[in-house]
Ligand binder design. Structure first.
Ligand code: UD1
Ligand code: UDP
Length: 366
């Protein structure tokens, strides 16, 4: 039986790869082996526990203050050992993290075909997001098969010279995950606390925003929360100590804003569903929010998700305090603008992306 190895290492990769692992494990034609880098630790295992996915291999590389050299070299050499031991017929990586890049490079060096899930997203700006734009273009060079979430992503790949027969438009596997988590009767201490208020959900972690941009983002949010008495905000904070330091400095003592520990993915999805508005610099949330009909202020200078901007659900604000504050203020005061956004269509998939990838792999391997 042909062997498929699925590799991931951070929270968002896990959220988008676990539905694929479950789907692949149902295949009578292919054997699936899961390998995690452990680039994230608690935030990774939180997701794997929810989806009940077990890794056969865990490089367990995470350390406090890890830099891009640490992640790249440890994954690259760690994967050499595991790939030699397992000798898979194909390696699947996801998206744009350094785990995905280094794992794909490792497979490439050993002449093992790579399949790239969530292929073809681009800003064509190497500084934004950093280093993710480099990572995904690099993975694109190593990959033989490209699973593009949208037609726009496929067109990027075609323009770069990838062969059409090796590109499959699948939808985003993150939407597969979302279909399994949302429930009607969701209850949580945060939704109890925010009852009767408009709830803002906040996340922020991007490397290029650590420092001045993140200070500006948090100042804008604080102004909003202090100005609107009917608004409450919740911020499930990333575990990066650099993020926590800035949040502590800017958001401490803000009465209607709660900073909480990272939520499990099912809780987080349901919290998004219960929210009025989302402010984020995250990638995955830009796909989930349109599916739930929630407006998103994307606190970044660029986005690789233009479909959400075209659909009207994503609004790119940049990171200046004034711009974030003004845009958020507008959405809180102009019901018509808000209504237009929350009725926009979801361009990111129908929840069947993993099935399309499984069928494709069965077709080429089995
Ligand atoms: C990484 C990815 C980024 C992705 C993000 C998702 C790279 C270069 N960056 O960035 O593309 O958007 O994950 O969240 O691949 N930490 C913990 N426990 C955890 C996770 C993180 O303590 O479970 C702390 C550690 O101190 C760690 C730090 O966070 O050193 C930073 O983690 P790292 O993976 O290097 O960067 P992220 O900003 O999470
Ligand atoms: N998420 C989660 N718990 C949280 C915050 C976010 O499960 O407390 C999920 C969210 O639904 C999305 C993903 O984590 O699917 C986004 O991860 P992150 O922002 O860390 O990374 P990015 O998507 O920017 O790479």
């Amino acid at each position: 039986m042909k062997k498929v190895m699925i590799v991931f290492g951070t929270r968002p990769e896990a959220i988008k790869m676990c539905p694929l692992v479950k789907e692949m494990e149902r295949s009578p034609l292919l054997e699936t082996v899961v390998c995690v880098s452990g680039q994230h630790r608690e935030m990774l295992h939180q997701v794997m526990d929810i989806f009940d996915v077990k890794a056969k291999h865990d490089l367990d590389i995470m350390k406090q203050g890890q830099d891009l050299f640490d992640i790249t070299t440890e994954v690259l050499t760690g994967m050499r050992r595991i790939l030699k031991e397992e000798n898979p017929d194909i390696v699947l990586v996801h998206g744009d993290t350094t785990t995905a890049y280094a794992a794909s490079l490792s497979a490439f060096y050993l002449n093992i075909p790579v399949g790239h899930v969530e292929a073809g997203l681009r800003t064509y700006n190497m500084d934004s997001p950093f280093p993710e734009e480099f990572n995904r273009q690099g993975i694109g060079l190593t990959a033989k098969y490209h699973f593009a979430p949208t037609q726009t992503a496929k067109e990027n790949l075609l323009r770069e010279g990838k062969e059409e027969r090796n590109i499959l438009v699948t939808g985003n596997t993150g939407i597969d995950a979302l279909f399994s988590t949302i429930r009607e009767n969701f209850k949580h201490p945060v939704t109890d606390w925010a009852k009767g208020s408009r709830l803002l959900v906040i996340t922020a972690h991007r490397r290029e925003n650590l420092g001045h941009p993140m200070h500006e983002m948090f100042r804008a949010i604080r102004r909003i929360v202090e100005e609107f008495p009917d608004v409450k905000a919740v911020y499930p904070i990333h575990m990066n100590p650099k993020v926590r330091e800035i949040a502590e400095e800017e958001l401490n003592g803000c009465e209607n804003l709660r900073i909480i520990e990272p939520l499990s993915v099912d809780e987080f999805h349901n919290l998004l569903n219960a929210s009025y508005l989302i402010l984020t610099d995250s990638g995955g949330i830009q796909e989930e929010a349109p599916s739930l009909g929630k407006p998103v202020l994307v606190m970044r200078d660029t986005t690789e998700r233009p479909e959400g901007v075209e659909a009207g659900t994503l609004c790119l604000t940049g990171t200046s305090e004034e711009r974030i504050y003004e845009t958020c203020r507008l959405l809180l005061t102009d019901g018509k603008a808000y209504g237009r956004i929350s009725r926009a269509q979801n361009p990111y998939g129908d929840g069947k992306a993993s099935r399309r990838i499984r069928e494709f792999l069965e077709g080429i391997l089995a």
